[in-house]
Design a protein around this ligand. Structure first.
Ligand code: UGA
Length: 438
């Protein structure tokens, strides 16, 4: 099929490559000239394992092309995916849908009557209905608009796109269902459930899935708060409750909490939209989910204060700065916020991260960056593990012990082998855990 993918951020770039891998002819449309020229050269503008190799492959197959705006070539496509961002609005919790609206308007001026438009961006429930009115007016016919949310995770984005748990489509026409079934044909053929829903349900599936995931993480982090004052251990607790199939062990990793470009802004946007619809009280609890999550960041700052007293002039090393491993995404990263707050309190924070130091230089140049792990730890009076990159789990604590000034580490992700670190004479402070340091 001939498809376009409009907006080539994490979601769009991955989706464009995935569509090409499935054998479709894809035109990626992205107005940002820097992003566009990087992608066109086969260079991914962000870190995403697997996608970096798949992008040049898709380009050289001739199935993936890029352009900055619509033209006759893109207008002849059978299916258009809208993948632009819906960030949190400045000064409010609501999702900013202006990019989606702009993309829909531009597309409506070019689209052919038989083409289907599938929105993939995460939007407040009710957005698609408004977009359809706007598009119908501009196009002068009944546009086949559908909503087709995406559930990919950064770090495993391409794999999640090609082998999703389910495909969700919300449609107003059988034609949209047929076209979407065709484009996802090879995935459906492997047994992946294809759910045909109404449009508001499809919109809501995405935000409610993210709200549920955020709630799970905050639940275990709330238990961590209780564990910290009662001598219990939240990691063992998560394991014990996770054996119950009804609860499940996934997304119960306690630590400094969730960040990124999705979960935090999506729960806030959900609350804002529910309030607009007069059902704010139904999702009021998500405010607590957000608050528990942010309190974990406060906790690390408090612990640093307890350990070092006045932070002015103190040397702190942050191991990992991205919001999760296998990503260089710093949006709402808990590790980044903690590093910034410690710096604001007078500490000198040196950051190590295997892939995010370039993005950090642009985002937060006041933080010092060190590419060599041992050098990053040299002279540290406190070390904090902020992102659970594999290399931190595997580092020899003896080697780090030899260069730091004080052998104290806060394990912000509960991934270190505590006994091994203690054997190397480290004091380990683990969130939500009752660790006895000799
Ligand atoms: C999330 C969802 O998991 C995807 O399904 C969704 O498609 C995506 O948002 C989106 O809306 O686009 P992502 O933000 O890539 O994906 O990352 P997650 O794996 O969900 O992790 C989010 C945050 O939660 C990370 O900071 C991670 O460290 C934290 N986390 C995750 C925990 O603190 N504990 C856990 O047990 C799991």
């Amino acid at each position: 099929m001939k498809v376009t993918v409009i907006g080539l951020g994490y979601l769009g770039a991955t989706h464009a490559v995935a569509m090409a891998e499935l054998g479709h002819e894809v035109i990626g449309i992205e107005p940002d000239s820097q992003k566009l020229s990087s992608l066109a050269q086969g260079i991914l503008p962000f870190h995403e394992p697997g996608l970096d190799a798949a992008l040049p492959r898709a380009i050289s197959s001739g199935r993936l092309k890029f352009q900055s705006e619509h033209n006759e070539a893109s207008a002849s496509a059978d299916l258009h995916f809208i993948c632009v961002g819906t960030p949190q609005t400045k000064g409010s919790d609501a999702a900013d849908t202006s990019y989606v609206v702009a993309a829909a308007k531009e597309l409506a001026a070019w689209i052919k009557p038989t083409a289907v438009v599938a929105g993939k961006s995460t939007v407040p429930v009710g957005t698609a209905a408004n977009l359809k009115d706007v598009m119908d007016d501009i196009a002068g016919f009944d546009v086949h608009l559908a909503w087709n949310p995406e559930f990919l995770r950064e770090g495993t984005a391409l794999e999640d796109s090609l082998r999703p748990d389910r495909i969700v489509v919300g449609t107003w026409s059988q034609h949209s269902v047929d076209v979407l079934r065709e484009v996802y044909g090879p995935i459906i053929a492997t047994g992946t459930p294809f759910l045909e829903l109404d449009v508001p349900t499809a919109e809501l599936v995405k935000v409610s899935a993210n709200a549920f995931l955020a709630t799970k993480i905050s639940f275990i982090n709330a238990m961590a708060e209780v564990a910290e004052v009662s001598g219990a251990d939240a990691v063992s607790l998560a394991k014990a409750i996770g054996y119950d199939d009804r609860i499940g062990s996934k997304f119960l990793r306690t630590g400094i909490g969730f960040g990124g470009g999705c979960l935090p802004k999506d729960i806030r946007g959900f609350v804002a939209r529910a309030e607009e619809l007069g059902v704010g009280s139904a999702v009021e609890f998500l405010k607590d989910v957000d608050a528990v999550n942010l309190r974990r960041r406060d906790k690390v700052v408090e612990l640093a204060n307890q350990e070092l007293g006045d932070l002015a002039g103190k040397s702190i090393t942050m191991l990992g700065i991205s919001f999760k491993p296998d990503s260089d995404d710093l949006r709402d990263s808990p590790a980044l916020e903690i590093a910034q707050r410690l710096t604001a309190l007078g500490a000198t924070v040196t950051v190590h991260d295997p892939v995010s130091l370039n993005s950090l230089a642009t985002r937060s140049p006041e933080l010092s960056r060190e590419e060599n792990l041992i050098e990053a730890a040299r002279g540290a009076e406190l070390t904090i593990l902020g992102t659970e990159w594999k290399l931190y789990r595997e580092v020899d604590p003896q080697e780090l012990a030899a260069v730091v000034k004080a052998k104290t580490i806060i394990d912000g992700r509960n991934v270190l082998d505590v006994a091994k670190w203690q054997a190397a004479d480290w004091r380990v402070i683990a969130l939500g855990r009752n660790v006895h340091n000799g």
